[in-house]
Design a protein around this ligand. Structure first.
Ligand code: DAH
Length: 337
């Protein structure tokens, strides 16, 4: 029998209170309430007590055990919830935390120029048109009033694709488009006038890369077809574009030139605030043959077109003087802008 049941109880309750972890509590529970513990030993010893003492002693043992068991259960509850809370805290993910996983880049300066041009022309009421980079020589040349044998064809250093029938010179009828002008034809063939579109895109020429030439570069084309369109509308549009894109203090001029797809044709220049001039592109009134190739009656409709290089614009805007720098993808160069 336990000599002093109350000191046993006090020791067991203190042990439960002392435990800092559920594991520790479990070990202490085995010591105080387990098979080898004093309570069980005392219970075994009950049988040897005189009968008149057995009942009281048994009740005292039971209530002591209940008291200790309750204390351990309560402590277990406390320790378990504390451990769960600690685990949650450890595993917590702060979804509002801002983490810098990698440096953020920016659009390439050609892309920036391309998108700004789109913004300016969209603001002027134009829509964006598209055409394929691999073109038929009909869309790229014939429909633009440059038939086979026309000297202007040789002026373009055309890259031919090994696809489709050959002409007598052995050249296929499929090319990488040498300019964005074939999009004029594709637009006229699929849309009814009035037409107000721009067509930015990649173009290709058999050129050796140097400071001012690349075999792949970018142009933007403009086409307007409506009733009563005149050269004054063309000049006004170029001027409005110039101030919208370059800013106040910039102006434009047209200089007579020749292109097969426009008549009359002009080159347009931009004047910087310091008075210097930049040759930007070509333009003119759409040639009647070109309107007809696009399925449009030149007696009823007239229009103007323009086209210029996007890369040169980006060079000028960002003060870069070698076109090749735009395409070598050197991060030290690109990250300056
Ligand atoms: N397609 C010409 C080129 O690549 C540029 C051009 C000139 C486009 C006059 C036009 C235009 O639309 O009217 O050099």
């Amino acid at each position: 029998m336990i000599d002093d049941l109350s000191s046993f109880t006090a020791a067991a309750l203190a042990a439960a209170e002392r435990a800092h972890t559920t594991d520790e509590l479990h070990q202490l529970e085995l010591i105080h309430l387990g098979k080898e513990g004093p309570l069980l030993a005392a219970r075994k010893a009950l049988g040897s007590l005189p009968a008149e003492q057995r009942k009281d002693a048994g009740q005292a043992l039971n209530s002591a055990r209940e008291q200790v068991e309750t204390a351990f259960a309560a402590r277990r509850g406390e320790l378990e919830s504390a451990e769960r809370a600690a685990q949650f805290e450890f595993e917590r993910l702060d979804l509002t935390e801002v983490v810098d996983y990698s440096p953020v880049g920016h659009a390439h300066i050609v892309t920036q120029a391309w998108e700004e041009l789109e913004d300016v022309f969209l603001g002027m009421g134009f829509r964006v048109a598209e055409g394929p980079e691999v073109e038929t020589d009909w869309h790229n040349f014939d429909a633009l009033n440059i038939p086979k044998g026309h000297p202007a064809r040789d002026g373009f250093d055309t890259i031919y694709v090994d696809y489709g029938p050959r002409d007598e010179d052995g050249r296929s009828n499929t090319v990488l488009r040498t300019h964005t002008s074939p999009v004029q034809i594709r637009t006229m063939l699929t849309q009814e006038p009035p037409i107000y579109v721009i067509a930015p895109g990649r173009v290709f020429r058999r050129d050796t890369a140097d400071a001012t030439h690349m075999p792949v570069f970018h142009q933007i084309e403009g086409l307007v077809v409506d009733r009563h369109i005149s050269l004054a509308d063309l000049a006004g549009t170029i001027e409005a574009f110039t101030t919208a894109y370059f800013g106040e203090g910039f102006s434009s001029r047209l200089r007579p030139n020749h292109f097969p797809f426009t008549e009359p044709s002009a080159e347009f220049d931009i004047q910087r605030p310091d008075g210097s001039w930049l040759e930007l592109g070509g333009c003119g009134m759409v040639h009647p043959n070109v309107l007809r190739a696009g399925g449009i009656d030149p007696e009823e409709w007239s229009g103007f077109a323009f086209g210029f290089g996007i890369d040169r614009l980006a060079l000028m805007k960002f003060g870069v003087d070698d076109l090749r720098d735009l395409f070598t993808n050197d991060i030290r160069f690109l990250s300056q802008f």
